[in-house]
Structure formats: structure tokens, C-alpha cells
Design a protein around this ligand. Structure first.
Ligand code: BEZ
Ligand code: FE
Length: 287
């Protein structure tokens, strides 16, 4: 095939995939090529803009390693992650909504018992978190695996701290037979997503801030139910309506109640102020 021009190139590329045996791959690449070409035509993409785009993606690749995933950050900030999450988690209105996974999940987090302090030395005001895990008919879900992770009061996850090998402010626990769970951690604070790389430069160039409203990550799994990946967001946070990664759902916003020094919900005598958070999750049934 020769002498292709701006009007015939798209069909020529698609025809080249005629013998692809993986039907799903063919569907994905066909649509991707169509949309990419349509984009270039729509904006009359110049050669220097094309080069700039290639340089940008190259930098995204260069800064990515096993601790930093700039491609996910790019997807998050362009709203693609939340779009895919929303499409993958259409569920009855009574079930807890899902939101983005984010790049700070770590495998093999320590296992705790209900009542333990998952903060494990992370900086921040103490917070006592409790609630329940239920199914769609209100049935308690005992033995659900609950994984939590959050940033410290400076806005950093343990994996972002140089020289920090311990797991802090993250852990796994299991709901009790009546579906309830409770643990101690620290108060969530807002934090900026990593913005010292190409994605940060992109946000700046677009007049966008990199902040996420304060939140606590949860991943909850139990046999017979869909795995739920979500956050609980802190009521009153200034970034609730401008989350850098578009993850906020009103149903996931909750009150962190602040208390003066005194007796905490677990009976611990606290000589400093502390907060409490109560949140109930409803899992959808797996199909
Ligand atoms: C997070 O909440 O951990 C997160 C999500 C998306 C991008 C960066 C961080
Ligand atoms: Fe987070």
C-alpha cells in the first residue's frame, strides 16, 4: 500500500490488523487508532506538538520505577482511572461506591487484630476508626478482609519516605462475627499527589493544583461479595470539590469527630485530643 495521505492512512492502518487473532485486542487497537487519528485531525496536530508529546511520555517512563508509577498518575489526573473504576463498579445504590485505587497500595501489609494501632508510629493525631461490613440485605459480613492505608500528617505514605522500611499507617484486619471492625490510626490530612515530575508540570501548565482531599483507603474482600476498593473522605476538606484525581463521591464523605483529652472509645486514657470516625460499608454480591 503506497501513497497514503491524510484521508486514507487511518483505514490503511486498520486493514493491517485484518489477521489479528485476538478479537479483543483488535477491537481495542482499532478504536484507539481511530480516536488517535481523529484527535490529530481535530486539533491539526503540528510536528513540534507531536514531538513535545513524545518527549512528555518519555519523561513519564523515565521517572517510573517500582516505587513511583507516573503512568498511573497521568491516567488518574486525566480522569481515565476514575472512568474505568466507575464503569467496572456499577452497583445497586444501597452498596458502598468504589473509587480510585491509587499508586500507594503495598502488598504484604502487616495483619492486625481489631483494636490494634495500624498507625505503627506514623505522625498524626490519633484517630479511632470503627464501623461495620454488611451485605446488600443488611446481613453482617464476618471475617471480611479489610485492608487500610493512608498518608501521615505530612501527607506522605510510608513508601514515599526515604529510608523507611516499616509499614506505617497501613494494615490488614478482619471484621468480627457481627460484621463490626475497629482500629486505631491517625487523622487523615489532605496531600498533594507527587508533582515534581512530568505530571506535576502538566498540572501546572493547565492551571491545576495537585491536592487530594483527606481520605482513608479501604479494600474489603469477603467470599460471595465483590471486592470493594474505596476511600472515606473527610467532611469539610477544602479539596472535596477539586480532587486532583476526580475520586470524590458524596456517599463516601464522613465526619471525623474531634474530642478533647479523655477516654477513647476503646477505653484507652488519652492525654491529648483525638478523633473518631465511624463508617459502615455495604458490599455488593458477586455474580
Ligand atoms: C491516592 O489516593 O493514594 C492517590 C490516588 C491517585 C493518585 C495519587 C494518589
Ligand atoms: Fe491516598
Amino acid at each position: 500500500m503506497r501513497n497514503l495521505d491524510e484521508n486514507t492512512i487511518t483505514e490503511a492502518v486498520l486493514a493491517r490488523h485484518e489477521h489479528a487473532t485476538d478479537e479483543r485486542l483488535k477491537t481495542l487497537i482499532t478504536s484507539l487508532v481511530q480516536h488517535l487519528h481523529a484527535f490529530a485531525r481535530e486539533v491539526s496536530l503540528t510536528e513540534s506538538e507531536w514531538q513535545q508529546g513524545i518527549r512528555f511520555l518519555t519523561e513519564v517512563g523515565h521517572i517510573t520505577d517500582d516505587k513511583r508509577q507516573e503512568f498511573i498518575l497521568l491516567s488518574d489526573t486525566l480522569g481515565l482511572s476514575m472512568l474505568v473504576t466507575a464503569m467496572a463498579n456499577r452497583k445497586p445504590a444501597s452498596c458502598t461506591e468504589a473509587t480510585v485505587f491509587g499508586p500507594f497500595f503495598v502488598e504484604n501489609a502487616p495483619v492486625y487484630q481489631n483494636g490494634d494501632d495500624v498507625g505503627n508510629g506514623a505522625t498524626g493525631e490519633p484517630c479511632f476508626v470503627s464501623g461495620s461490613i454488611k451485605g446488600p440485605d443488611g446481613e453482617p459480613v464476618g471475617g471480611a478482609r479489610i485492608e487500610v492505608w493512608q498518608a501521615d500528617s505530612d501527607g506522605f505514605y510510608d513508601v514515599q519516605l526515604a529510608g523507611e522500611d516499616a509499614h506505617r499507617a497501613r494494615g490488614v484486619l478482619h471484621s468480627l462475627a457481627d460484621g463490626r471492625y475497629h482500629f486505631r490510626s491517625i487523622v487523615a490530612e489532605p496531600y498533594p499527589i507527587p508533582h515534581d515530575g512530568p505530571v506535576g508540570m502538566m498540572l501546572k501548565a493547565l492551571g491545576r493544583h495537585p491536592w487530594r482531599p483527606a481520605h482513608l483507603h479501604f479494600m474489603i474482600a469477603a467470599p460471595g461479595y465483590e471486592r470493594l476498593v474505596t476511600h472515606v473522605f473527610r467532611e469539610g476538606d477544602r479539596y472535596l470539590d477539586s480532587d486532583a484525581v476526580f475520586g470524590v463521591r458524596s456517599s463516601l464523605v464522613a465526619q471525623w469527630r474531634r474530642h478533647a483529652e479523655g477516654v477513647a472509645p476503646d477505653g484507652t486514657r488519652m492525654d491529648i485530643p483525638f478523633s473518631t470516625l465511624e463508617f459502615d460499608f455495604v458490599l455488593s454480591r458477586s455474580t
